[in-house]
Structures are given as C-alpha cells and as structure tokens.
Design a binder for this molecule. Structure first.
Ligand SMILES: Nc1ncnc2c1ncn2[C@@H]1O[C@H](COP(=O)(O)OP(=O)(O)OP(=O)(O)O)[C@@H](O)[C@H]1O
Ligand SMILES: C[C@H](N)[C@H](N)CCCCCC(=O)O
Ligand SMILES: [Mg+2]
Length: 266
C-alpha cells in the first residue's frame, strides 16, 4: 500500500488540478514510485479534420499516464489503468454517463467497485498515489456517490494521505477555496495543503489574494504555478509524452518540495 494517497481537488473545473497532479508525480517520483489515477473522466479528444490520425484519448489520463513514475522494474501504466472510467462528453460525469446509457442514477455500486478496484491496483504498486477528482469537491457521480465520497474512499479519515486543493486564481476563488476547505474538514479528511494556479491573465491584486488565502486556509501553501505561456500542450498531449513530463517538471519547480514532504509526514 502507498505511504500516502493524495486526492487532488480544486475550486472548480479547469483550475489546474491536472497540472498540479502531473507536477506532484514528477516531484514525488524522485523519492519512490509515484502513480497517477483519474478514476472518472469526461471528454475524449478526437483528431480534427486535417490532423494526423490518433486514437481518441482523455487529456487528464494522458497527462497522468505520461508523468507517473513506476517503481524500478515495474511496467509503464496503461491508459485503462490510469483512467478506468472514461466518458465521451466533456460535461458533468453523471450527465455524460446518462447520455451513454449508463445507469449510474440507479445504482452506484458497479461504478464504485470498478473505480476502487483500479485505485487499489495502483496503490499496491506505488509509494505515492495521486488521485485527481472531477471538477470541484462536490461534483455528483452516481446515486449516493459524489467526488467527496470518492475522496473518502481513497484516503479515509485517519490514513496518512489527504487532500490537496488547487486554487485557480481568479475573482471568486476566495469563497470557493474557503468553502472547499470547510467541506473537506467536515468530511473528516485532512487538507495537506493548497496550490495556487494562475491563468493566462494575471489576477488583479494577486499578492493580496494570495495573502488572504495564506491567512485563512487551514493548511500550507505548497506552491504557485504560473502560466507557462510558451507551452504547446496540445502537441505534447497528442504526440510527445516526454514533452508532457518536461512541462510537469517546469510546473513542479514552482512547488515547495520540503513543505510538501513535511505535509506528507516524510
Ligand atoms: N500553457 C499553459 N500554461 C499554464 N497553464 C495552462 C497552459 N495551457 C492551459 N493552461 C491552464 O490549464 C487550465 C486547465 O488546467 P487543468 O486541465 O489542470 O484543469 P483541471 O482543474 O484539471 O480541469 P478538469 O476539471 O477538467 O480536470 C486551463 O484553464 C489553463 O488555465
Ligand atoms: C469536462 C470537464 N473538463 C470536467 N472533466 C468535468 C467537470 C464537471 C463539473 C460539474 C459541475 O460542477 O457543474
Ligand atoms: Mg483535470
């Protein structure tokens, strides 16, 4: 079993959870096997007209597969191991599932058992397991099972792991971050830390917003990942896993490794 399972949540969808997950994998992979999992994903990338053909893939799964660091001698992870449930449409997962005729609204048990089976298989091979949630903390998945319940399933209260919150720096993030931290605590889970992620436009009064989060969030800031303006993410995702790892390393250079290892108790 892993020393720690880290569940990555965010203040919203598209805030940088995958960037942070990939960066953590590359950073922690220096200290032992670090494997990534995106248990439920929604949205497949298909070749556009005129583009060289490739098999459709989910971008988050592709990132985590490329950036996972298996133990020496262990096999690289397969797409289906990193992303056991990959839905077609880029929307709320329970809606994407319904549109594909999956009956998650009737019974969560088959979904939960597939997902947790996949997570456990990776856990058995890793020192660090990084599990990326879907959207924000409370996104519904299936009847009686949501993203918060998934987090509790993969790093139960009392386990050595916990939650890392990614805060997308934009107006509104203070409220979303503080509500999420409250909800994590109410679930009985440990907030290990939080990471700020900038978008293409710098947030107005960024320093003051970061200071407010530092003062009010009940966990340490583990880093602030800037916008990497020159990154050709689309090309790297399609054709170049090494370029994805290089981008993840650039992102990781903005994380505080010592603080992270302290938060993980290592
Ligand atoms: N070149 C780049 N440098 C830094 N950040 C980028 C770059 N290109 C895109 N991004 C950021 O990545 C964000 C999406 O990040 P990411 O895919 O990690 O989000 P997410 O929280 O994982 O989303 P989801 O809920 O879909 O899983 C975009 O909103 C954008 O700000
Ligand atoms: C498709 C998207 N990028 C995410 N994977 C799914 C986000 C679900 C958000 C649901 C919601 O909070 O409204
Ligand atoms: Mg993501």
């Amino acid at each position: 079993m892993p020393e720690s399972t880290i569940f990555i949540t965010g203040t919203d969808t598209e805030v940088g959870k995958t960037w942070v997950s990939a960066a953590l994998l590359q950073l922690l992979g220096r200290h032992g096997a670090a494997l990534g999992c995106k248990p439920v994903s929604a949205g497949q990338t298909h070749p556009q007209p005129g583009e060289a053909p490739f098999a459709p893939f989910n971008e988050d799964v592709r990132w985590l597969q490329a950036c996972s660091v298996p133990a020496v001698g262990d096999a690289p992870l397969l797409d289906a191991q990193v992303g056991p449930i990959q839905l077609d449409e880029p929307c709320a997962p329970h809606i994407a599932a319904a549109r594909q005729g999956l009956s998650w609204d009737q019974d969560a048990a088959p979904l939960r058992s597939t997902v947790l089976g996949a997570v456990e298989a990776l856990a058995a091979r890793s020192r660090w397991l990084v599990v990326e949630g879907v959207g924000g903390w409370a996104v519904p998945l299936a009847q009686g099972w949501d993203s918060a319940a998934l987090a509790r399933d993969v790093c139960p209260p009392g386990s050595t792991g916990g939650v890392v919150l990614v805060v997308g720096l934009r107006l509104g993030c203070l409220n979303h971050a503080l509500l999420t931290a409250q909800a994590v605590a109410a679930s009985g889970l440990r907030l290990l830390g939080w990471v700020a992620k900038s978008g293409p436009q710098p947030m107005a009064h960024e320093a003051e917003n970061l200071a407010t989060l530092d003062a009010l969030l009940p966990a340490p800031r583990l880093g602030h990942i800037p916008w990497l303006g020159d990154a050709d993410v689309g090309h790297a995702l399609r054709y170049d896993a090494a370029a994805l790892r290089a981008l993840a390393m650039r992102a990781a250079s903005h994380l505080d490794q010592a603080r992270l290892l302290r938060a993980l108790g290592s």
